[in-house]
Design a binder for this molecule. Structure first.
Ligand code: QUE
Length: 366
């Protein structure tokens, strides 16, 4: 216990500093990846802070210098699910996604300023803990990605909602390739709302804890962050936007690959060829599901996106590629998954459609 009465060995820490409810993701050796226990501690805290008049804003950060949050603890989900036959996969494969998505929705609808300090690795589940809040502050260590097609999953935690709302086809590009962005691109895309240099983020946190939050708190939070925010620098994706829009606007994943192949035969810089190489390593099923997921998500409410994503998560848990992807990337680390089906052409529309089917009583509803 420290002098504030906190158990500093806990995986997630909560404290109130001034009018701020401060959350610290505290698994630095696992890049603060999110466990079901952390979700189960966080959800009731957020619900209580939403009602507590002495709390005017919530700030969330990651412990250590490397990561905000590298994603969900998908290795634990993998462990729970890999040995069970159909219908008897571990409870974690059902509860983890359900409770994580409810938390994402609580953040999306949070009635007070929710400020995420994303100065480090922020992937998958870490994006879900940040991007739906009012303010996302990038720093020099920011590295944001939705890398799920590399592990046979799909860009979840609200990816259906926020990715189709990024400029042009940038969201689909991030979803299919898992491309990682630093602060300038995160600012350009709108994933980050501000950039504050890493060496000023501690001062920013202190200012947020000392700030006043009149009214709904939004202007107070904005004013505090704006005292530290500076220009992040020119964005690579801004310069590449027209090309991404042109090459990722096809009406199918196959059409996008054809456009990239044509471009690769004519380009000077090798960018399209590089994207083709990356996409050739991703799960064919994940890519086709992600394409359809973003197409549908563009016209859905946040809640309907999460209902859809829960269906997709349960289809992934019942399939092959998630278990193979986690094995290849996080367990054996050979980065050589054998996808099934192995070819895009063998992922037929019936297989894609089956991922989107209602779960009936087991659907996630709000
Ligand atoms: C895709 C992902 C994840 C990933 C890598 C991917 C993910 C995740 C982690 C991760 C990384 C380091 C850890 C850890 C987990 O990596 O969701 O526990 O120490 O959590 O390509 O979706």
């Amino acid at each position: 216990m420290d002098d504030r009465g906190m158990d500093e060995t806990a995986e997630i820490l909560f404290e109130q500093r001034g009018a701020v409810g401060l959350v610290t993701l505290n698994r630095p050796k696992a890049l603060n990846s999110l466990t079901l226990e952390m979700i189960r501690a966080f959800q009731p805290k957020l619900d209580a802070w939403a009602r507590d008049p002495s709390v005017s804003a919530v700030v969330i950060r990651g412990a250590g210098e490397k990561a905000f949050c590298a994603g969900g603890d998908v290795r634990a989900v993998w462990q729970a699910g890999k040995d069970g036959a159909e219908g008897e996969r571990g409870e974690l494969t059902k509860q983890f996604f359900r409770e994580e998505y409810v938390l994402n929705r609580t953040i999306f609808r949070f009635p007070k300023p929710y400020i995420a300090l994303i100065d480090g690795i922020t992937m998958g589940g870490g994006v879900g803990l940040s991007v739906h809040g009012m303010i996302r502050v990038a720093g020099d260590r920011t590295m944001v990605a939705m890398p799920e097609t590399a592990i046979g999953l799909f860009p979840d935690v609200g990816g259906s909602y926020f990715l189709p709302r990024l400029p042009g086809k940038a969201g689909l590009y991030l979803a299919l390739t898992g491309h990682r962005v630093k602060a300038p691109d995160a600012r350009y895309l709108g994933i980050a709302t501000h950039y504050v240099p890493s060496d000023r983020q501690q001062e920013l946190l202190e200012a947020l804890c000392a700030a006043e939050y009149p009214g709904d708190g939004g202007s107070g939070a904005e004013a505090a962050v704006n005292r530290f925010a500076v220009f992040a620098g020119g964005a690579e994706l801004h310069r590449r936007q027209e090309r991404i829009d042109r090459l990722f606007s096809g009406e199918s994943v196959e059409a996008i690959l054809r456009a990239l192949e044509t471009e690769a035969g004519a380009e000077e810089d090798g960018w399209a060829a590089e994207q083709l190489d990356i996409l050739s390593k991703r799960s064919p099923t994940s890519m086709k599901v992600a394409f359809e997921q973003l197409r549908r998500g563009a016209n859905l409410t946040f809640e309907d996106c999460m209902t859809m994503e829960y269906r997709l998560s349960q289809a992934a848990m019942a399939g092959h590629d998630f278990y193979e992807g986690i094995r290849a990337v996080l367990v054996d680390k050979d980065h050589a998954p054998t996808w099934r089906p192995a070819a895009l052409a063998d992922v037929d529309s019936a297989l894609v459609e089956s991922h989107f089917k209602s779960l009936g009583e087991r659907d996630l509803t709000f």
